[in-house]
Design a protein around this ligand. Structure first.
Ligand SMILES: CC(C)(COP(=O)(O)OP(=O)(O)OC[C@H]1O[C@@H](n2cnc3c(N)ncnc32)[C@H](O)[C@@H]1OP(=O)(O)O)[C@@H](O)C(=O)NCCC(=O)NCCS
Length: 168
């Protein structure tokens, strides 16, 4: 499979052909992503195949968020104060069907972690959270070390300490 360039979503890309198998995630990149960027609600990053740079092979979004300290897994909650905890939110992550199962999902997730680790040098976060759309998506995130938040099986957290050490 080809290599990719990951860059911020611009206006010139045709998202109409994007199909990941989840209609909401397809609709988002086609219709809503640009508005969210303009309104400062999300940053959207797309993976473009080097050999076909007008095509979106995958994307993810990042936003700032906070979670209640009491909603965190025990181990983390014990170490933190009781007021809301700042986190980064991986709002959406999807790979076009034509590119699935060739490693792009893990590339996008790693890139999101690198971006969050960089941002956290100037805006502190205790981890990266994601709301999985279904059990298959939750399994994908658990595969990379995300842990379910107590009582919210579809909301998962990757604690800051699980980020690669050289990013600290
Ligand atoms: C889930 C998704 C992002 C995975 O992307 P992908 O490019 O197919 O995944 P990769 O090829 O990078 O797989 C990376 C690893 O995750 C594993 N994996 C992939 N899907 C998995 C799943 N559902 N459960 C457990 N592990 C999974 C792969 O086996 C692979 O393991 P390895 O690193 O040990 O080889 C993609 O299938 C997708 O976009 N699905 C539809 C949309 C969706 O559900 N998005 C998540 C919404 S929150």
């Amino acid at each position: 499979m080809t290599g990719y360039r990951i860059r911020a979503l611009g206006d010139t890309l045709a998202a109409a052909d994007f199909h990941c198998g989840n209609g909401q995630l397809d609709d988002y990149i086609r219709r809503y992503a640009s508005q969210d960027i303009k309104r400062g609600l999300a940053r959207v990053f797309v993976a473009l195949p080097v050999g076909d740079p007008g095509r979106i092979a995958g994307y993810f979004t990042l936003s700032a968020a906070s979670v209640s300290a009491t909603s965190l897994p025990d181990e983390l909650r014990r170490k933190l104060p009781r007021y809301p905890v700042p986190v980064a939110l991986l709002g959406r992550l999807a790979v076009d069907k034509a590119f699935q199962a060739h490693g792009l999902g893990s590339i996008l997730l790693a890139d999101a972690c690198i971006k969050v680790a960089g941002a956290s040098r100037v805006l502190a976060v205790a981890g990266l959270i994601v709301d999985a759309k279904d059990e298959a998506a939750a399994a994908f995130y658990r595969h990379f070390g995300f842990v379910a938040m107590p009582g919210q099986e579809m909301r998962l957290l990757l604690p800051r300490k699980a980020f690669p050490a050289d990013l600290e």
